[in-house]
Structures are given as structure tokens and as C-alpha cells.
Design a protein around this ligand. Structure first.
Ligand SMILES: [Zn+2]
Length: 463
């Protein structure tokens, strides 16, 4: 906890019981966006959140309509010359099933061992409430809000935000800001506060090799007949070398080296190849040689075969040479890589390397661009200092190996960087039974949000 005789510690300490009561009321609303039966609950939840914004002191609070669920908006503009923070969160939640695995009902928020247990506690109602309470702390303590704040809380994140890109495009002017702040991911661990500044992107393909025009008897044809399973295996094998580097020409051309301080903070963590192998239950790893396991996960692109099939896979034996074999292959991309460029490079490499006896079919699925902010961006520095101060330990920068599509949308539609300041932990069971959020981390999260606004107002963004 921050010092209770100071701001914001005193305000948080005096009001924490009420904050927790309000969180309980928010969590009791079953705003499950994927279930049509809960549409009215989602709308009721939007209204409840709007009321929270009003009582926190936000202005221009409204439930902005979309094709789907409304987006709750509020702002507090103190001085147009100050930096503006756009806070994003969502009020919808995942379904609670399987219900019998919950120790207490998912929509009857319960406190035990310092945590509040309920669907949505960490993802994302508890985390977004921390930011609302941070703004309230300024307003109600009479402390001048040192930045301008805008907040948007959507109701369709758990169903892939189908209305959100139109919403952003229609509200570009209103949402103008210097930086977007999102708390919808976890911190690295209980004793290692962190700030996430990058997410990997993806490109995804299916390839099929065709040999003979039909399946063949392997006795009558085996030897000369082309076997597409073996052809495919050769092709996949060529995609990485013995050092596990991807061999597609140009694959690494646009990858930026990580700053030395990011590398040393990674190397200081109690995570290495051995601990990671143990964590995933593998007897060894196959990452790119020469890179720390966390650098491989967060800051290096990679390629994986996600599925492979062909021929006979039933019980017993069947003497067949299949006519075709297929595989699904995806690549995770890092900041500064262009999915289209990588897709083109992959396609040409596969076409150039198909063994001559086979016909190739290639299909491209979805792709998503990577996102990221420079480590020396003023908002990143402010975020790191804020998390460090609120959680009483030097925070580190981290990346995230997967992608979160709304973050890319925020960046591309509004043209502002996003930082991910998660307050919960990886074992808080989001999307699972017994989801929880630590009350101490909630209160520290309020302080972190306050400090972020203070540090941001002292950064180069304020000039
Ligand atoms: Zn979420």
C-alpha cells in the first residue's frame, strides 16, 4: 500500500471498503456478452459503469451506441495543453461454465484469503475499476488532475469486439489522446511487477502437396511413386536450420535488436531455458540459439507447424501411398515486421522449394500485425516508474507472445501507442472457474494509475 498519510494513500485507505463494495456490485452483474440471454445484463452493466464514472467525477459520461453493446465513455479535460491519457477496458465477461467447479457462485462475489472471487474480477472489471478510482481519488481529494483523461469501456471484448473498429473510426476526434493505457493482461509474477509494451503479430497458412491423382497401393507403386507426406516433411524441415533459425530469405530483415537494458533486465529474471522447460513439462527446448528464452518469446519472430495430416491414421495398418498431405503453419511476428511482406516471402520460399514431383496448393488465413512502443517513449518511462512505486519493486518491461486484436485497432485507428499495465497475476484464473483478483493488487493498481498520471505530467509529453 502507498503511504496512508499521503496522496493517494490516505484517500485509498479511507475509502477501500466502499471501493470493494462497488466492485462486488459490478461483479454481480452477469454481463456475459456471448450469451443472448444476458443482453439485458450487459446493458445494465453499461449503465452501472456509467454511474460509477459520474460519481467518480468524470464529465460527458455517455453510453455511446454501436452496432452491438454500447461503449461507456467519460472524460475529464483539465487543460488542453496537458498530456491526454485514453484508458481502455471492457465490462463484458466470459461465460462462467463449468459452474460446478466454482467454490462460490461466479456472480456472487466472495472474499477469501485476500482475494475477491467472481467472473470478471481480473478480466476486466476489477482492473478497470482501479483506473476509475484513481481519477476519483484526484477529484475527491481536491488534488489537481495532472493530465486529461478519457475512458472507454466496451461490452464486446470477449466476443472479439465486432463493433469496435467502426466505433473507433466514428469517434476518432473524441478519442484523440497521447497514449492509450490498458489493464487487461497480467503482471509477470507476484514478486516481479512489469509493464507490457509489445505484442507479437501472426500470419497463418495451410499448405497441401499432391502426388498421384489417387491413393495408391504401396506394394504395387512404392518406390517410384511420389509420397506427399514425405515431400511435406522435407519441405517443413527446410523451414528451420539446426540452430532453429527460420531459413526463409528476408524473414529477420526488419527485426529490431532489443535495447541493452531490456536484455539485461530479462537476464536478471529467475527464468531460463531450464525453468521454462520445467514449466511447460518438456524435457528440452527448441528455440533459436543465441537468444534468451524470454527474448525468443517476446521479441523474436518464429515459425511453427500447427497441424499435419495425410494418409492412413486409423487403427492397424493400411498399405497406402496417399495422394495428398497437408499442414498448417503459422508465424509469430515482432514489432516492425510487416505481415504482408512475411506472407509473400513464405509463399515464394515454399513455391521454390517444393520437391518437383508434387503439386502445391497454398491457402492464407488471417493475419495480424505486431504492436509495440519504444522503451524510451515518455509514457513507457512514466508507466515503469508508476508500477515500480506502487508495487515497491523495480518493474521491468515485458512483451507478450500472443496477439490482442483490439490493441492493434487502437494503434491503427487512433494512431497512438498503447501500454499494457496489468495488475493481476497469471494464476488468477481468467476465463476459468474461480477467477479472482487480489484486493491488495487492486489497491496498488489504483495507486499505480495515480502515479502514472503524475509521472506522465512531468514527462516530455507535457512540454
Ligand atoms: Zn479482458
Amino acid at each position: 500500500m502507498p503511504k496512508i498519510n499521503q496522496f493517494p494513500g490516505a484517500y485509498i485507505a479511507e475509502n477501500q471498503d466502499r471501493f470493494v463494495d462497488e466492485m462486488k456490485q459490478l461483479l454481480a452483474i452477469p454481463s456475459v456478452s456471448t450469451l443472448p440471454d444476458h443482453a439485458a445484463d450487459c446493458i445494465a452493466c453499461a449503465t452501472f459503469v456509467a454511474n460509477l464514472l459520474v460519481s467518480a467525477g468524470f464529465q460527458n459520461v455517455s453510453e455511446l451506441p454501436t452496432k452491438g453493446m454500447p461503449v461507456v465513455y467519460g472524460d475529464l479535460i483539465t487543460d488542453p495543453k496537458l498530456p491526454t491519457v485514453l484508458i481502455y477496458g471492457h465490462y463484458d465477461v466470459q461465460p462462467a461454465d463449468p459452474l460446478d467447479l466454482w467454490e462460490t457462485p461466479p456472480f456472487r462475489p466472495t472474499i477469501r484469503d485476500g482475494h475477491i472471487y467472481a467472473r470478471g474480477a481480473s478480466d476486466d472489471k476489477g482492473q478497470i475499476l482501479a483506473h476509475i478510482k484513481a481519477v476519483e481519488a484526484f477529484v475527491k481529494s481536491g488534488e489537481p488532475l495532472p493530465v486529461n483523461v478519457k475512458i472507454i469501456i466496451e461490452g464486446e471484448e470477449e466476443i472479439s469486439s465486432p463493433s469496435f473498429s467502426d466505433f473507433l473510426a466514428q469517434n476518432r476526434e473524441r478519442l484523440q489522446a497521447d497514449v492509450c493505457l490498458v489493464s487487461d493482461t497480467p503482471m509477470l509474477s507476484a514478486d516481479q511487477p512489469s509493464l507490457c509494451t509489445s505484442l507479437r503479430g501472426i500470419v497463418y497458412f495451410e499448405i497441401k502437396l499432391i502426388g498421384a491423382s489417387t491413393d495408391l497401393h504401396s506394394g504395387q507403386n512404392g518406390g517410384p511413386a511420389p509420397n506427399p507426406i514425405q515431400g511435406l516433411a522435407q519441405l517443413i524441415n527446410q523451414l528451420k536450420n539446426e540452430q532453429n533459425h527460420v531459413t526463409i530469405p528476408g524473414f529477420y530483415d526488419d527485426v529490431l535488436p532489443i535495447p541493452p537494458q531490456t536484455r539485461s533486465s530479462i537476464e536478471a529474471l529467475p527464468v531460463n531455458a531450464q525453468t521454462f522447460a520445467t514449466q511447460i513439462g518438456a524435457q528440452g527446448l527448441t528455440g533459436e540459439s543465441g537468444f534468451h528464452v524470454l527474448e525468443q518469446l517476446w521479441y523474436r519472430p518464429t515459425l511453427d507447424c500447427n497441424g499435419i495430416w495425410g494418409g492412413f491414421t486409423g487403427i492397424g495398418s493400411k498399405t497406402v501411398i496417399p495422394s495428398e498431405a497437408s499442414a498448417k503453419i503459422s508465424m509469430r511476428l515482432v514489432r516492425n515486421q510487416d505481415p504482408q511482406k512475411i506472407a509473400t516471402a513464405f509463399r515464394s520460399y515454399i513455391q521454390a522449394n517444393v520437391p518437383p514431383a508434387f503439386k502445391l496448393e497454398i491457402k492464407e488465413f488471417h493475419s495480424g500485425a505486431p504492436v509495440g512502443v519504444d522503451a524510451d517513449h515518455p509514457a513507457v518511462k512514466a508507466g515503469l516508474a508508476a508500477v515500480t512505486k506502487a508495487f515497491h519493486k523495480q518493474a521491468i518491461l515485458q512483451g507478450e507472445g500472443g496477439s490482442i486484436p483490439i490493441i492493434k485497432l487502437l494503434e491503427s485507428e487512433l494512431n497512438i501507442p498503447t501500454i499494457l499495465m496489468g495488475f493481476n497475476l497469471p494464476n488468477d484464473a481468467i476465463h476459468a472457474p474461480n477467477e479472482r483478483f487480489s484486493l491488495e493488487r487492486f489497491l496498488n493498481g489504483i495507486a499505480a494509475s495515480v502515479y502514472f498520471m503524475q509521472f506522465l505530467s512531468q514527462s516530455e509529453l507535457a512540454e
